[in-house]
Ligand binder design. Structure first.
Ligand SMILES: Cc1ncc(COP(=O)(O)O)c(C=O)c1O
Length: 403
């Protein structure tokens, strides 16, 4: 008997699906390391440098010796800066005590599910969804209930569909606008319907707003917590610096929630990680209080790439490419290409497409099955325009051979 065979892992551990986004990314990196020229559209992080306002603040923190434990929920200056950000950008008035800084928005989400989701509770998860939501719901003992948002007109949240999935056990709705993977943005008017739905069914709302800054062509992000104070009392707003400030590696996210929820999240975190890294907190403070030039420049560049990538994908016969309005992803599905033959293989689903693109075109994308939509693939345009052009040429060439 090997050592591995004698180890008994918990059901909790065995139930976790490995992150498919990370799996594709590492496969693409392995191929690249082996010398293959890979255009990586699998990435989920901005390809821009962290702005100097953040890096300089971090350097200063190190020089000052700001290297000790901080309060578990974050340093007061950062919580205050987040309070001001929420007021300025979202029209949300939170007390700093209602804000908890964590090790990335992913960690904030985890804390939120741990304190709000009771064993057996049902959590409404609009689908396609970000890979981590169902896993975090399950880790809290909850049951994810998927609600399709895939309409002929594109990916649109439909409150009637949400209603149809409510049962006496429904307790939480997780909302992600702008969305990873679809790029869909819930319009302000629809946010009102969502807010009304949450109130009517006495639900909690976890609103993941990490892509809020990345909206294009006039699309508007509105936090559902801003719709009505009653909704704010039932909402946990999740955000962070990873996407808006190209700070994925620094690991700073935050939650804003009613005091009782925030306190529970802080207490929970106090026994799991303690504070997020002191230096990274100072970097986040620098980013949030620095000028917004770097963010604006990044959004302008993302918009140009989005337009280009969407136009190239739309020109591929058969592929169905709903227009994304935010984040940095395009999420086409096979449409008329389903069942086609390419390079001696049958395109049965998005996983086949991802494999064919990786092997035949040297282009990495993420299979849609990771997001609950097996006939789709996710393209990220967090890559240079030159690489996007090269990658799109290759995708077009391979798919032009579909028969
Ligand atoms: C929808 C969504 N929420 C949260 C996160 C996590 O962000 P962070 O780096 O702050 O943990 C991501 C990262 O990919 C994401 O796509």
């Amino acid at each position: 008997m090997t050592v591995e065979e004698t180890i008994r892992l918990t059901k909790r551990a065995l139930g976790i699906e490995p992150s498919a986004t990370l799996a594709v990314d590492s496969r693409a990196k392995a191929l690249a390391a082996a010398g293959k020229d890979i255009v990586n559209f699998g990435v989920g992080e901005p390809d821009f440098p962290t702005p100097p306002a953040a890096t300089e603040a971090a350097t200063e923190a190190i020089r000052e010796g700001f290297t000790k434990y901080t309060p578990a929920a974050g340093i007061p200056q950062l919580r205050k800066a987040i309070r001001e950000k929420l007021l300025r950008d979202n029209g949300l008035d939170y007390d700093p005590e209602e804000i908890v800084v964590s090790v990335g928005a992913k960690h904030s989400l985890y804390n939120a599910f741990q304190v709000l989701c009771e064993v057996g509770d049902e959590v409404l998860v609009p689908s396609p969804y970000w890979v981590t939501y169902p896993e975090q719901v399950r880790l809290a003992g909850g049951v994810p209930v998927f609600v399709k948002t895939d309409k002929p007109a594109g990916y649109k949240l439909d409150v009637a569909a949400l209603k149809a999935h409510v049962t006496p056990r429904t307790r939480i709705l997780i909302l992600n606008s702008p969305s990873n993977p679809t790029g869909a943005v819930v319009p302000p008017s629809e946010m009102e319907a969502v807010a009304e739905f949450v109130l009517r069914h006495n639900l909690y709302l976890i609103s993941d707003e990490v892509y809020e800054k990345l909206v294009y062509h006039g699309a508007v992000h509105r936090s559902p917590a801003a719709v009505d104070p009653e909704v704010k009392r039932r909402t946990v707003v999740i955000n962070g610096v990873s996407k808006a400030y190209a700070m994925t590696g620094w690991r700073i996210g935050y939650a804003a929630a009613p005091l009782a929820v925030a306190k529970a999240m802080a207490a929970f975190q106090g026994h799991v990680t303690s504070n997020p890294t002191s230096i990274a907190q100072r970097a986040a403070l620098g980013a949030l209080t620095g000028d917004s030039e770097a963010v604006t420049a990044m959004v302008t560049e993302f918009e140009a790439r989005r337009d280009y990538m969407v136009s190239r994908l739309e020109a591929i016969p058969g592929l169905r490419t709903p227009e994304p309005e935010g984040a940095f992803y395009v999420f086409p599905s096979l449409g008329g290409l389903a069942g086609a033959r390419v390079a001696g293989r049958t395109l049965a689903d998005g996983s086949d497409l991802a494999m064919i693109l990786l092997e035949e075109a040297g282009v990495a994308v993420v299979p849609g099955v990771a997001f609950g939509k097996p006939d789709a693939v996710r393209f990220s345009y967090a890559n240079s325009m030159a690489n996007i052009e090269k990658g799109m040429d290759r995708v077009e060439e391979v798919l032009s051979k579909a028969s």
